[in-house]
Design a binder for this molecule. Structure first.
Ligand SMILES: *[C@@H]1O[C@H](CO)[C@@H](O)[C@H](O)[C@H]1NC(C)=O
Ligand SMILES: *[C@@H]1O[C@H](CO)[C@@H](O)[C@H](O)[C@H]1NC(C)=O
Ligand SMILES: *[C@@H]1O[C@H](CO)[C@@H](O)[C@H](O)[C@H]1NC(C)=O
Ligand SMILES: *[C@@H]1O[C@H](CO)[C@@H](O)[C@H](O)[C@H]1NC(C)=O
Length: 517
């Protein structure tokens, strides 16, 4: 039987109440030493009161700390933006950034909780994970699968993920195709090299997860590298089809059926036992890298292909997001937007940014940014102006006409360009980041960007001029890290529901454009 504690509690309560009353009346006047037995008792009560108040205060502090930690796990309501005042502290963000320590072992990283490793979804014009915002600071490294296929170069895959995560990058776009070429994944239509699947693509997925990096997987190429549409046309011709142009890839029913048979979605990863289409490590499927269909400037041929394939991929895999892979050129459906194109040729390549992205099944828009290859190879300030207007135009489209997020899925500058220096590259990258933050701050459609491209050390022979080797580019690494921190602030935003429990310190605005965070 339990002792009768209620009585003791009542006595204690009465004593404490008395202490409070006494304290209120006489505390400031209390002599330092009390002589009578009664006064000793009262003093003891006061000390007990002070002690219990201190305990209560500490408890309250702990509770509020726990609540503010929990905030980052709670729902964020988009659009409920309290003017421009985002009340989140930098401390909260630190918990979300990967450690930059190089001693960070893979074993530690292995414990990605299934709760936090959820599928990326879309909510209005934002990405969300578990209903929390997911703004993207990411990168491209297209050759991961090819490097992973060879024991001698395999470690480079781990290395690039490790280095990218050390500067806070969370998404990598890479090729999930290698059609009929050296170390091909797809040897002929629908026929796969099991070793390449197992040693390469399965490995890339499982390794990405270890470093908390999500993947945008592109399913084929517009260009000849690693096969692409030209290889599909070769396969078609080899079976006796009358094909006259690589653009027949988009229209010929047999070639469309080959594309549909590129069955990576149903692949069960031999390292994780997770079917690709169920794997939250995959951020999105990309229909094709930079589709263009110059044989039909009206855009109808490509539009028809996108319409067919977006719904097809969605029907196979309703869980993952789908994007097209476009560069973002304005076409015939939006003549008033043509002024934002980098050149007049851009309207002739059979793509049509707004119309293409209005297709059912397409979840978000993609845009590439290459001032040097589209405007002039010689570096100039006009490149920076182009980047700003190109990005702002597409963010506006995504808000006004598409109602979806837009990702600037490739941007970069070649070190081989006349007039190039690394400070120009830093300015260019900062411009992209600033333009995005300007959108993020007001809840706009600018959802993220992916650098073209991050390479690990010792892969210079693969460099097309655009490679960024983080260890050799401290200033660029700092810019990327800083942006990751800012993006993480938005990704850890509290909802209005729990704002009462959040510490309110620097409004985001205050340090937004300062580089000394
Ligand atoms: C192949 O197709 C082209 C155009 O589609 C056509 O002009 C040509 O006659 C065809 N050739 C044969 C052998 O059918
Ligand atoms: C995958 O499944 C196989 C066979 O059921 C099992 O032996 C293996 O341990 C599983 N691997 C993982 C990572 O769950
Ligand atoms: C770097 O290049 C830009 C653009 O060409 C130029 O304006 C700038 O002066 C250069 N800076 C250095 C340090 O050479
Ligand atoms: C932010 O975006 C708005 C709307 O697109 C634009 O008018 C403004 O100039 C931008 N500000 C900065 C600092 O880029």
């Amino acid at each position: 039987m339990l002792p009768d504690a209620s009585q003791n509690i009542q006595v204690k309560f009465a004593t404490d109440q008395f202490s409070i009353a006494y304290l209120l009346i006489s505390s400031p006047l209390l002599p330092p030493i009390a002589f009578s037995r009664e006064m000793v008792f009262i003093n003891l009560s006061i000390y007990r009161f002070i002690l219990s108040s201190a305990c209560l205060y500490i408890c309250l502090l702990l509770t509020s700390a726990i609540v503010s930690r929990r905030c980052s796990d709670l729902e964020v309501s988009f659009g409920v933006m309290d003017g421009d005042h985002w009340d989140t502290t930098v401390e909260e963000v630190d918990n979300h950034l990967p450690s930059s320590s190089s001693s960070q072992g893979a074993s530690e990283l292995n414990d990605v909780g299934e709760d936090e490793w959820q599928m990326v979804a879309k909510k209005g014009n934002q990405f969300v994970i578990n209903d929390q915002p997911f703004y993207v600071n990411g990168f491209n490294t297209y050759w991961l699968m090819v490097f992973a296929a060879d024991q001698s170069t395999r470690a480079k895959v781990t290395e690039v993920f490790q280095q990218a995560s050390s500067v806070g990058l969370t998404v990598c776009r890479t090729w999930a195709f290698n059609d009929g070429q050296w170390r091909a994944l797809q040897k002929s239509p629908g026929v796969y090299d099991e070793d390449v699947f197992k040693l390469a693509l399965d490995f890339v997925l499982s390794e990405a997860k270890k470093y908390k990096i999500r993947l945008i997987l592109s399913l084929t190429n517009n260009w000849d590298a690693y096969g692409g549409k030209a290889q599909y046309v070769k396969w078609g011709k080899a079976t006796g089809l009358n094909l006259t142009s690589d653009d027949d890839f988009f229209s010929h029913p047999t070639l469309r059926s080959y594309y549909k048979a590129h069955a990576v979605l149903n692949r069960v990863n031999t390292l994780t036992n997770i079917t690709y289409k169920d794997d939250p490590t995959i951020f999105a499927w990309e229909l094709m890298n930079e589709p263009r269909c110059t044989s039909d400037p009206s855009g109808d041929k490509l539009q028809s292909w996108i319409t067919d394939m977006a719904v097809y991929v969605k029907s196979m895999d309703a869980k993952h997001l789908v994007e097209i892979g476009l560069e973002g050129f304005y076409g015939p459906s939006a003549p008033d937007r043509a002024q934002f194109n980098p050149n007049s040729y851009a309207t002739q390549v059979g793509t049509d940014f707004i119309r293409n992205h209005q297709v059912l099944g397409v979840d978000f828009a993609s845009v590439h940014i290459y001032a040097d290859s589209w405007i002039s190879q010689t570096i100039s300030d006009s490149h920076i102006q182009f980047i700003e207007s190109w990005m702002e135009a597409h963010i506006e489209d995504a808000e006004r006409y598409l109602g979806m997020p837009v990702v600037f899925a490739e941007f970069g500058v070649s070190s081989k360009d006349p007039g190039y220096n690394s400070s120009f590259r830093d300015t260019m990258i900062s411009t992209v980041y600033k333009t995005l933050l300007n959108s993020t701050k007001r809840g706009g459609s600018g959802a993220g960007s992916l650098l073209w491209q991050i390479f690990p050390d010792g892969t210079d022979y693969m460099d097309d001029g655009y490679a960024i080797v983080l260890s050799k580019s401290p200033s660029t690494s700092n810019i990327i890290s800083l942006h990751s921190t800012r993006v993480a602030i938005f990704n850890s935003m509290c909802s209005w529901k729990c704002k009462w429990g959040c510490k309110k310190k620097n409004p985001l605005e205050a340090f937004f454009y300062h580089d000394d965070l």
